[in-house]
Design a protein around this ligand. Structure first.
Ligand code: COA
Length: 100
């Protein structure tokens, strides 16, 4: 399982497909590592990010109440991908080091 912890694009550069390309790059690494599921969490208040992930094929599978340290709830989302290798076991992949 691959987990995306944080994705962000500079405000002036948004809506030009950069976020999509970053997620596609992360998914490509997951495929190469033989991983079939990508998971992430997103604030229930972050409607832009929710729409962004939904458009990329991520689906909500639960609500994590009080997930963030400041008390906000999060949706748990996932996407199933087809691995390009059958040799799982590579080190965990994270796109960043802190939750958003
Ligand atoms: C979410 C984020 C990474 C998207 O990056 P981006 O480079 O702007 O995304 P893209 O240009 O690839 O957008 C892909 C699609 O997502 C959706 N989307 C992106 N921004 C949107 C917005 N402001 N309103 C509605 N839909 C939006 C659209 O469907 C868009 O396709 P379109 O432009 O053809 O309509 C960016 O808005 C961001 O950095 N937000 C702040 C950080 C954040 O919330 N990160 C996620 C935390 S889990």
């Amino acid at each position: 399982m691959c987990r995306v912890l944080s994705v962000a694009v500079a405000p002036k550069a948004r809506r030009h497909g950069i976020g999509t390309r970053m997620m596609q790059a992360a998914e490509a690494v997951c495929r190469e590592r033989g991983l079939s599921t990508i998971r992430l969490e997103v604030s229930t208040k972050n409607l832009v990010a929710i729409e962004f992930y939904r458009r990329l094929g991520y689906r909500t599978d639960g609500v994590l109440y009080g997930y963030y340290s400041w008390g906000e709830d999060a949706y748990s989302m996932h996407k199933t991908i087809v691995p390009t290798t059958s040799s799982p076991g590579a080190p965990p992949l994270t796109a960043s080091s802190h939750p958003t």
